[in-house]
Design a protein around this ligand. Structure first.
Ligand code: R1P
Ligand code: GUN
Length: 301
């Protein structure tokens, strides 16, 4: 006899992704407590959350207060949602993201992207701190992400794991041109206006699971593959944002050079990552501010 299976039976309880209603509860919680209706979302990387402090008319929501929200556990990720105005433009800013290595499945790491979507967000700006794999990159360089390699996906792990909810997007998703071509072009022009074109790069980001930094052998492999920068975030958020048809732009701040020689005793560490992020704060914030203005002026979708 054939046994009919329900979704609940086929997906183990602990692996059940957030339902549409649970995410709607989060977006309603936020929308009921702010007058602003942001169409642009921002996710800040390690040590880069100071960007949110630029916002005027702030409504601040600690993640611990928002229903169904995970909590941030990493230094340099404050753990709150800030809704406010940036140069008069309403935005919602995650001051602190969730990483897989914190113990969260990828769908949990990315739930705030769907919450933003339900709030009305159409465009997403992401930043991260990353190690320079490309030997020509210097500490302090700012890389416009052109493309990524989804190693988790190769290994059978995706934030889109589970039953697909068509209200967010399709079961199968094209990922070429995930990082909006027009915004990348405009960002380069903005960098030239700001006279920081000498530190601007454009390249390929890869997310590894972390929390370990790379071995020499791993960095050499990434170089062979054509990777320019490596981190432990962003890719899963971009996948979920593209799934729900958001326009995406992302920046990596190169906070350290990945070691490629066994004789080199430099050791990547999070204190250095935060320190470099702090040193490049003003350029990252001004570049991001101008990109938000550009995103806001862009009516195409
Ligand atoms: O990607 P963000 O959140 O900027 O953080 C980066 O910095 C941390 C390592 O120092 C890792 O979490 C890595 O992903
Ligand atoms: N994986 C990884 N993440 C980082 N985040 C900042 N620097 C690094 C790095 O060198 N490697």
């Amino acid at each position: 006899m054939r046994v009919e299976r329900t979704t609940e039976q086929t997906v183990p309880k602990e692996e059940t992704v957030y339902t549409y209603d649970e995410l709607k509860q989060c977006s309603n919680y936020l929308l009921e407590r702010t007058q602003l209706r942001p169409k642009i979302g921002i996710i800040c990387g390690s040590g880069l959350g100071g960007f949110a402090d630029q916002l005027s008319d702030q409504d601040v929501f600690p993640y611990t207060d928002i229903p169904n929200f995970p909590t941030s556990t990493v230094e340099g990720h404050a753990g709150c949602m800030v809704i406010g105005k940036l140069s008069s433009i309403p935005v919602v800013c995650m001051k602190g993201r969730f990483h897989h290595y914190e113990g969260y499945p990828l769908w949990k790491c990315t739930m705030a992207v769907r919450v933003m979507k339900l709030m009305g967000v159409e465009k997403l700006l992401l930043t991260n701190a990353a190690g320079g794999v490309n030997s020509e990159y210097n500490i302090g360089d700012i890389m416009i992400i052109k493309d990524h390699m989804n190693f988790q996906g190769f290994g059978g792990n995706s934030p889109l794991f589970g039953v697909n909810d068509e209200r967010f997007g399709p079961r199968f998703l094209a990922m070429n041109n995930a990082y909006d071509r027009d915004l990348r072009k405009k960002a380069k022009a903005i960098a030239t206006e700001m006279k920081i074109e000498n530190v601007i790069r454009e390249g390929i980001y890869v997310m590894l699971g972390g929390p370990t930094y790379e071995t020499v052998a791993e960095t050499r492999m990434l170089q062979m593959l054509g990777v320019d920068a490596v981190g432990m975030s962003t890719v899963q958020e971009v996948i979920v944002a593209r799934h729900c048809n958001m326009k995406v732009f992302a920046l990596s701040l190169i906070t350290n050079k990945c070691v490629t020689e066994y004789e080199n005793d430099d050791m990547a560490n999070h204190a250095e990552v935060i320190a470099v992020a702090n040193n490049r704060k003003s350029e990252m914030e001004e570049l991001s501010r101008r990109i938000v203005i550009t995103m806001n002026a862009d009516n195409t979708n």
